[in-house]
Design a protein around this ligand. Structure first.
Ligand code: 5MM
Length: 336
């Protein structure tokens, strides 16, 4: 796999007007999402749910890539096609979540480190054979009580860089996901400072590990007020703080930024994306890689009932369309 192919895949993942669907919930996380509709996420229901999402008519209109979890990469659709093949047949790029989850950072209560480097080279190869053309690894940072500490930021940044190097070696585009959690009483200014330190450290390590920046996609959180902060920044303030922070820390060689939604409502995450794209041209594409913000309304309509499947697909398509419009700064609340 040449550098050129990495560059082409990364730029296709952030094509104009489209974004990435994060459907890589582990079994435990998907169960917590299903708790919201009062269902046990059995293997059959997980398959039916993923099938609903991936067979949505017109999915390719606004979706460039789909992140899949290990089980889904190995599962067949209800019409008996491997899920990665079903996705690729629609001109959408399949990808794989390759980290194995979070654990406490020893010696730093309340902070976390992402695991999964052991056996990663072999795992990436297997996922590539199953059809994945990109991968995803999520590092998480909380704000508050002295966190994020420099040690936590450096440890996670180095792991992200080692992951990215293994992916690029295999011709797989790494999505680099440093998530600053929304939870807490922190102000938007504190979030901006934590995001700036984290991103600058992550890019220092990516360069130190000889990562081809043109062949990655960054999946950051937005710069937001903490959910418990008494003063909540408005949409324009969030957009300005986020873009200011990224212009200081994300090199222009990176083709695109694909935001996570992180617990924001579907409507607000679309409004924030739209406001950022309204701010004029930036060095990188400003896109989305939402999980909850794309899926939650559809799952609430579906409720595990076959009879609701078509309506749920329409609701899901609508969310992809709103975010597709936000990619051009052309979303308006009337679209809701
Ligand atoms: C932050 O979570 C990622 C983006 O989803 P949201 O837009 O809902 O924030 C998402 O890709 C996440 O990493 C996956 O859902 C996997 O989660 P788990 O907890 O199973 O690793």
């Amino acid at each position: 796999m040449s550098k050129q192919q990495l560059v082409e895949t990364a730029s296709a993942m952030v094509s104009r007007g489209k974004g990435i669907l994060a459907a890589d919930e582990s079994e435990k996380t998907l169960q917590s999402r299903f708790d919201g509709i009062g269902l046990e996420a059995t293997q059959d229901l997980r398959r039916a749910y993923r099938d609903l999402l991936f067979t949505t008519p017109g999915l390719e209109d606004f979706i460039s890539g789909v992140i899949l979890y290990d089980e889904t990469l190995r599962t067949r659709s209800l019409d008996d096609v491997q899920f990665p093949d079903l996705i690729a047949q629609q001109g959408i790029i399949p990808g794989a979540k390759v980290d194995t989850g979070l654990t406490g950072l020893a010696g730093f209560p309340g902070e976390q480190i992402t695991e999964g480097l052991d056996g990663l080279r072999e795992r990436v190869q297997t996922y590539r054979e199953l059809g994945a053309r990109f991968a995803k690894w999520r590092a998480v940072f909380a704000i508050g009580q002295g966190a994020p500490t420099r040690t936590c930021i450096q440890a996670n940044a180095q792991v992200l860089a080692r992951y990215a190097a293994i992916c690029q070696e295999a011709g797989v585009v790494p999505i680099v996901e440093p998530e600053i959690l929304m939870n807490g009483t922190h102000s938007i200014e504190e979030c901006e400072e934590a995001t700036e330190t984290t991103l600058s450290t992550v890019f220092y390590e990516l360069l130190a590990h000889r990562i081809l920046l043109e062949g990655i996609v960054v999946k950051p959180s937005m710069v937001l007020s903490g959910t418990e902060c008494p003063v909540q920044a408005g949409v324009e303030e969030v957009a300005e703080a986020t873009i200011r922070c990224f212009r200081r820390t994300i090199p222009a060689s990176v083709p695109g930024i694909a935001f996570l939604s992180g617990g924001q409502s579907p409507e607000l995450s679309t409004a924030h994306l739209n406001a950022m794209n309204l701010m004029g041209p930036q060095p990188w594409e400003i896109s989305f890689s939402y999980g909850r913000a794309l899926q939650d309304p559809a799952r609430a309509v579906w409720k595990g009932e076959e009879a609701n499947r078509k309506l749920a697909q329409e609701v899901f398509y609508h969310r992809t369309k709103c975010n597709g419009a936000a990619r051009f700064g052309k979303f308006s609340p009337e679209m809701e």
